[in-house]
Design a protein around this ligand. Structure first.
Ligand SMILES: Cc1cc2nc3c(=O)[nH]c(=O)nc-3n(C[C@H](O)[C@H](O)[C@H](O)COP(=O)(O)OP(=O)(O)OC[C@H]3O[C@@H](n4cnc5c(N)ncnc54)[C@H](O)[C@@H]3O)c2cc1C
Length: 544
């Protein structure tokens, strides 16, 4: 049997020299490690958490298991699409995907439900049923045209991140031209050009929680990228999200790589402006020819890079205009009955009060204990995984997510996990009860059926995921972030490279795609066409 991850504490590899060290084991780090290990590189992936997978990891309590950062992915069933081929490549075909129902998201605004249906035609028809006014119908058509154009233009824009700064100055504008009117404008500004109906805007942006910023803050390019990702339907990993880390790590270690958990990097070791290794929390050093960080822009540049190099490269100055994304809380719920007895949905709910998402966020941020939640997202993971009943007979799970201003929990940031005291626990309980009330409005049959619940807060994210303000999606997806030039595969330090959700965009696929960009730069070849060719050959795919 192939060994996957090992604990840092039980392994000593300091006598070895590596071709590549990957900091962090999120999907982007795992993607880089798997692709490079398959190229015969000696890879070491270091993860600070006790478990591998970054936001794709799962956690358990007696009798239950929950996902942390995956509730659904864009449809993964078409082997001719690169998304499918990429997953196939990094897992050696081990992942299987269960389609969600045709209606994958239910947007509920002031009690009225709007279903998001798979497929652009079905989606358009459904929206037109909700908005029969000819003016709105025309706006919906215009919106669909914009989404299509965005999907055609975004690739070159994102690919520009692979260029070194010098070449970016020469070719950057040309590559970014097509998608710039999407990426570098606010969602609300574009939508207001096509409609003045606030309900239509609220419905079309009803998945904004997938990127974390409401329409007056988010980049329209980010909005389009996420909406297009789910437009052909959604799916869920068969066997649960744990399958992801298990299967990618098998590929890494099966190709001679090493994967260590409990392995916190505290510094990138740099000599003559060249990254040569990483220093661990216990002061041990691992050396490698190249280092890739998937630990996020803030961690990489403001924590792991030695102070004098931060000054030398004017990191603070260059990061101006970037912001951390929103923080969140999640109520993980366990029920001691089957999903069918409990009549649990497979579709997700996005619940709103009022049509002005920006105003709702502002009200909540200024008074989170009194104002309505700006968005409540409810997912039923046990009903999405066809193997759940076999793995956890007679049990079901639910996850409820909403925003959580970090400042509300900041006073406990110095306290240890599970030792934050009664006031912290009371605050958690207050929010848990509020979130349960939201659940009972849409699923009243669940009242009295809850067996277990536990709320994670921004401090949980800070503690386990190392996002300092508990941020959900790395960098905030604002137009300024997309216009920004600093975050790119190649850093100002030779042999230090970036990967991860900050490079392209948030979302598991956004982060995984970044690993193809990063490995393309490392290998000096087009990673996408390399993977495409190999998978097409392996699966005997023809061009038609
Ligand atoms: C609640 C929630 C729900 C989500 N739902 C979905 C969804 O349904 N679908 C979807 O597509 N996306 C979803 N996302 C987004 C998606 O999970 C992320 O965009 C993506 O997984 C990020 O991957 P990554 O590799 O960039 O980073 P991460 O997964 O954040 O991985 C970074 C890793 O680096 C490690 N690290 C940090 N510092 C160090 C250090 N010093 N030393 C060693 N290791 C370190 C961290 O512990 C972490 O494991 C969700 C996110 C959240 C938070």
């Amino acid at each position: 049997m192939i060994k996957t991850a090992q604990s840092y504490k039980q392994t000593d590899l300091t006598d070895q020299k590596f071709d590549l060290i990957v900091i962090g084991s999120g999907i982007s780090g795992m993607g880089v490690a798997a692709i490079m290990a398959k190229e015969g590189q000696k890879v070491l992936m270091l993860e600070r958490h006790y478990t591998i997978g970054g936001y794709t990891h799962v956690f358990k309590r007696p009798g239950y298991e929950w996902d942390v950062g995956i509730h659904y992915l864009g449809m993964m069933k078409d082997p001719k699409r690169f998304e499918y081929q990429l997953w196939h490549y990094i897992t050696d075909g081990a992942m299987q995907w269960e389609p969600m129902p045709k209606c994958y998201d239910k947007i509920i605004i002031d009690g009225k439900q709007y279903d998001f249906l798979a497929g652009p035609e079905a989606f358009t028809q459904q929206m037109k049923q909700y908005f029969p006014d000819p003016k709105d119908q025309e706006s919906i058509d215009q919106y669909m045209v914009l989404l299509k154009k965005a999907s055609q233009e975004n690739r070159l824009y994102y690919a520009e991140r692979m260029l070194p700064s010098f070449w970016s100055r020469i070719f950057g504008n040309m590559m970014k031209k097509g998608f710039r009117p999407f990426a570098e404008r606010k969602t609300i500004d574009v939508l207001k050009e096509i409609t003045d109906n606030p309900t239509l805007i609220a419905v079309l942006t009803g998945q904004y929680g997938n990127y974390g910023e409401p329409p007056a803050k988010s980049s329209f390019g980010m909005h389009c990228t996420v909406v297009n990702h789910y437009m052909h339907g959604a799916c869920f990993p068969v066997g649960g999200c744990r399958q992801i880390a298990d299967s990618v790590c098998k590929v890494i270690t099966g190709n001679g790589g090493q994967v260590l958990s409990n392995a916190e990097v505290i510094e990138i070791v740099v000599k003559n402006n060249k990254a040569i290794g990483v220093r661990m929390a216990d002061d041990k050093v691992f050396y490698a020819k190249k280092i890739v960080s998937s630990a996020g822009t803030y961690n990489t540049f403001t924590r792991l890079l030695p102070g004098q190099l931060q000054l030398k490269h004017a990191v603070q100055e260059k990061m101006k205009g970037l912001k951390r994304s929103t923080s969140y809380m999640c109520l993980h719920i366990g029920l001691a009955d089957t999903t069918s007895n409990l009549k649990l949905n497979k579709s997700n709910y996005w619940i709103y009060k009022g049509t002005d998402h920006d105003q709702s966020v502002a009200n909540y941020v200024s008074n989170p204990r009194k104002a309505n939640f700006p968005v409540v997202y409810i997912s039923f993971p046990s009903s999405k995984d066809p193997t759940w009943e076999e793995r956890y007979p007679g049990k079901s799970t639910i996850e409820i997510i909403t925003m959580a201003p970090y400042k509300l929990f900041a006073e406990w940031e110095g306290e240890r996990w599970r030792k934050r005291g009664d006031d912290y626990n009371a605050l958690k309980e207050e929010f848990s009860q509020r979130l349960l009330e939201e659940l009972y409005v849409v699923e009243p049959q669940l009242k009295g059926k809850i067996d277990f619940y536990e709320l994670s807060t921004p401090l949980s994210t800070r503690h386990f995921m190392n996002y300092e303000s508990g941020e959900m999606y790395g960098l905030s997806p604002t137009p300024e972030r997309f216009a920004h030039k600093f975050v790119r595969v190649q850093t100002p330090i030779k042999n230090l490279f970036l990967t991860g959700q900050d490079l392209i965009c948030a979302g598991v696929l956004g982060a995984l795609s970044s690993s193809v960009f990063t490995t393309s730069v490392l290998l000096k070849r087009n990673g996408q066409s390399m993977i495409e060719k190999r998978v097409r050959k392996e699966l005997n795919l023809t061009d038609d």
